[in-house]
Design a protein around this ligand. Structure first.
Ligand code: NI
Length: 283
């Protein structure tokens, strides 16, 4: 495809209400629209049953459930990882990537970890193909009470389950995002180290296997070096859990200017990399 190099994008802080409500949809390889919520729910229910996953409804927002799944081993010493997707409704490759991962996993990767999954946080935004939810709120802001930010309906629900989510993410958090205006991939990561470790680099490599990496410079108002925005803090879900004590977090970004199938494949590959680099089980 023709590549469009865009170094200037709408930064999170510059997302106007109009941009947050603009609808973005793609056609999936199976012919369904990327925002087909009932198709997503049906496929998810099938996978949950087939893989024998536990499914819990954390709450309901505008009539839509916010689902949490439990997968992997119940062995208490196994690493506890949280995977979360679909905060922004115009970034559908994340939720579909989670589904593809669950559909295809043979259990080897899962057997080593206790995995909690929020497959689709912002269902109303997903259905509409819009970044913001049906209330015009950004579901990935307002977690830390920073000036000018307040939590969305989804944020309030996740904050209400803070202890549960922190426990689920204690050995790591991966959130799946997209950057609709970009042709280049990158990741945000935070670790309790001065430099990105193998954790960040393995996620980056999985993204770079599918797309060119963002050149060094500024992305979304942040300094990006070697494809990584490192130890950046804001009012996001990721920063909240990192500040509350998660061992490490990453927020991966696939570029929306590439075909949706490629973006879904990249998201799945990054989820697999996230599980593969989990710390060894503690006895
Ligand atoms: Ni996003």
């Amino acid at each position: 495809m023709q590549e469009r190099v865009t170094l200037i994008r709408m930064d999170e802080n510059q997302h106007t209400e109009d941009a947050g409500r603009k609808s973005w949809t793609w056609v999936l390889p199976d012919g369904h629209a990327s925002n087909d919520w009932s198709h997503y729910r049906r496929r998810l229910a099938t996978v949950v049953t087939r893989q024998g996953l536990e499914s819990i409804t954390l709450g309901t927002i505008a009539g839509e459930p916010l689902l949490m799944l439990r997968a992997g081993t119940a062995e208490p010493g196994a690493p506890r990882l949280l995977l979360a997707s679909g905060f922004h409704g115009e970034e559908p490759a994340g939720p579909w990537g989670v589904l593809e991962f669950l559909d295809a996993t043979d259990g080897d990767l899962l057997s080593r970890v206790q995995l909690t999954i929020l497959p689709l946080v912002n269902a109303t935004g997903f259905r509409a193909g819009t970044r913001f939810n049906a209330f015009g709120e950004n579901p990935n802001r307002g977690y830390l009470g920073l000036p000018g930010e307040s939590p969305s309906h989804e944020g309030l629900l996740l904050l209400a389950h803070g202890e549960l989510l922190l426990d689920a993410a204690c050995d790591g958090l991966l959130t799946c995002h997209e950057d609709v205006l970009l042709s280049h991939a990158y990741i945000y990561s935070s670790e309790h180290t001065a430099e990105p470790s193998g954790f960040s680099h393995s996620l980056l490599a999985a993204n770079a296997a599918h797309f060119p990496l963002h050149p060094d410079g500024i992305v979304d108002g942040c300094r990006v070096t070697g494809g990584i925005v490192f130890n950046h803090y804001d009012g996001s879900f990721e920063s909240w859990l990192m500040q509350r004590g998660a061992a490490r977090i990453a927020c991966v970004e696939t570029p929306g200017q590439h075909p949706i199938a490629q973006r879904i494949a990249a998201q799945r590959a990054m989820i697999e990399a996230f599980l593969a680099c989990a710390p060894a089980k503690q006895d």
